[in-house]
Write a protein that binds this ligand. Structure first.
Ligand code: GLC
Ligand code: CA
Length: 566
């Protein structure tokens, strides 16, 4: 399977590159205009070629499809539009045969309004399902709870005629929240997790984790009971499905987010929401200082854990974790078009946010590939796909994967107007301009540049899979530098966020006697006895490797530090 040399048992996830797939948008295997599970299977060789070690599939359960599958109607069935349980089993088997792990999406907070549990609950106060949801006569409780889809929903309570009461919903009104104070709800979710792990899934990205429990007078997020629930889930995974992983989607402040690792007893991986908007801000400011601060506050992750880094996903770029001033700056730079802003965030793809320049995409991708933890790539970003601002909600970043230059992007056998969502039309990003078939044939394409980054990261997985980093205070404006180490090797990661060419020098400790070997990026190096002089063009990066004589035991753990020491 995935290379695991030098890695702690069970921490395979720090060596893998993850790839997020909205199944309906990836590949349509049966010509009905909707991407499906067999479509993902058909494209596994492509993912292998790219170097992906794990895929995360957006929800594939029976759904009402008012929120891209996050509104489940039956947790134990595959949605018929996506295939059958046999299709999933085949996908998992074929992925495993290629050394690719498969994560599902565990949606615990809510169900679809069409779910049988809610249907039973709303029509009968005496139903055992009534207590599976949260009801109110006034709709005034939990008033400190913020509305997440604030452009789309006026309140967290919705009136239901059939029930004769209000019910609570943290997201769309078509997604009533479950009541986690009801023991049967907790038991049911454990059953759901076991069911899909039993079908060979390697774990879950866990949706909307902070919100499961509600308590009057609080903001109803990250309550101790939430952590307790996920620790119990984690214990089930460890005992019954060793080697599986849970990834938390917890879009919170630094101190609140860090808690989801639970000192190594809760989530092995936590999405790095606090870092994400700062990556874009640092690039715009041409100044990495904010990255150093966030990383200093969040590294290292507890032993055996790892951060999950991402630049984009299937939602908008959320700006909840930055200050008002930073948000204003972010929107000024990345959200000028009024149609880009949704729920206070930016609903754009990576390439259009980065001026369509491959060099910027490579720089930012290299950065998240080199931080301690694992990168999550969003489908299509490896070919610089664009978006469609004319589509509603977040659909504009979920358009058909562009496999070929045909008008339907080679996504399906149907013409574009019969697809679930139309492909991008904007000329520089249209299928004719950006597609897999073309980029595969061009050695200098974005696809090949990203593939090469992944190859190099995998080839040096001991260093890149280690647990911490050593920051290097270079004092050259625009330059971000740190070391990744696993004895006997060290990789110097250098990023020039500024548009200008820069050069500087880094003192080398006496044990770094070996010659520096640039393993990725573009850099000019000059080595003297005790320093390394480097020159980088604007928005370029380099990974430079040194092998030093073994000091101490060959498998000594890497130095772990979030400090500014070199
Ligand atoms: C998460 C998902 C988002 C979904 C929401 C409700 O934030 O990423 O797509 O709409 O949860 O399930
Ligand atoms: Ca289909």
């Amino acid at each position: 399977m995935v290379a695991e040399r030098g890695l702690r048992e069970g921490a395979w996830f720090r060596s893998a590159v993850f790839y997020e797939i909205p199944v309906r948008s990836f590949y349509d295997s049966n010509g009905d205009g909707i991407g499906d599970l067999s479509g993902v299977t058909a494209k596994l060789d492509y993912l292998s070629e790219l170097g992906v070690g794990a895929i995360w599939l957006l929800p594939f359960f029976r759904s009402a499809w008012r929120d891209e599958g996050y509104d489940i109607v039956d947790h134990y069935e595959i949605d018929p539009s996506l295939g059958t349980i046999e299709d999933l089993d085949r996908l998992v088997a074929e992925a495993h045969a290629r050394g690719i792990r498969v994560l599902g999406d565990l949606v615990t907070n809510h169900v679809s309004i069409d779910h049988r549990w809610f249907q039973e609950a709303r029509k009968d106060r005496a139903s055992p399902y009534r207590n599976w949801f949260l009801w109110s006569d006034s709709g005034k409780e939990f008033s400190r709870t913020r509305v997440i889809f604030r452009d789309l929903e006026p309140s967290n309570w919705a009136w239901d005629d059939a029930a004769g009461q209000y019910y609570f919903h943290r997201f769309y009104a078509t997604q009533p929240d479950l009541n986690y104070d009801e023991p049967a709800v907790r038991a049911e979710m454990f059953r759901v997790a076991r069911f899909w792990l039993g079908h060979g899934l390697d774990g879950f990205r866990c949706d909307a984790v902070p919100y499961l429990f509600k308590r009057e007078g609080t903001r109803c997020q990250s309550l101790p009971e939430v952590h307790q629930f996920f620790r119990e889930l984690r214990a089930i995974l460890d005992a019954e499905f060793p080697g599986t992983v849970l990834v938390a989607e917890a879009n919170q402040s630094v101190p609140e987010t860090v808690q989801y690792f639970g000192d190594g007893r809760e989530f092995p991986m936590v999405m790095h929401f606090p870092l994400m908007p700062n990556l874009y801000l640092a690039l715009a400011e041409q100044d990495p200082r904010r990255l150093r601060h966030v990383l200093q506050a969040t590294l290292p992750a507890p032993p055996g854990c790892g951060w999950a880094y991402f630049l984009r996903n299937h939602d908008e770029v959320t700006l909840e974790q930055v200050s008002d001033d930073e948000r204003e700056m972010f929107l000024w730079i990345y959200g000028r078009h009024p149609k880009t802003v949704l729920n206070g965030g930016v609903r754009r793809r990576l390439a259009p946010m980065l001026d369509g320049e491959d060099g910027n995409v490579v720089l930012m991708t290299a950065l998240i590939l080199s931080l301690p933890g694992a990168p999550f790539l969003y489908y299509g970003d490896e070919i610089g796909m664009g978006d469609r601002l004319d589509l509603p909600d977040r659909d504009g970043v979920r358009t058909p994967m562009q496999w070929t230059g045909e008008a339907n992007a080679g996504f399906s056998t149907l013409p574009p107007e019969r697809l679930l969502r139309p492909p991008v039309e904007d000329a520089p990003y249209a299928p004719a301009a950006r597609n897999v078939a073309d980029q595969r044939t061009r050695p200098d394409s974005l696809f090949h540049r990203i593939q090469e980054l992944i190859r190099v990261r995998s080839a040096h997985v001991e260093e890149f899979g280690s647990e911490g980093l050593l920051a290097e205070d270079v004092r050259v404006p625009g330059v971000f530098a740190f070391w990744r180490e696993q004895a006997p090797a060290r990789v110097l990661c250098l990023y020039n966020l500024s548009r200008a060419a820069v050069s500087g020098s880094i003192p080398l400790s006496p044990e770094l006697r070996a010659a520096p070997v640039p393993i990725a990026g573009e850099v000019a190096l000059e080595r003297s006895e005790s320093t390394l002089r480097y020159s980088l063009l604007g928005r370029r990066f380099a990974w430079v490797r040194f092998v030093r004589p073994v000091l101490g035991a060959p498998n000594a753990p890497s130095a772990v530090s979030g400090s500014e020491s070199g």
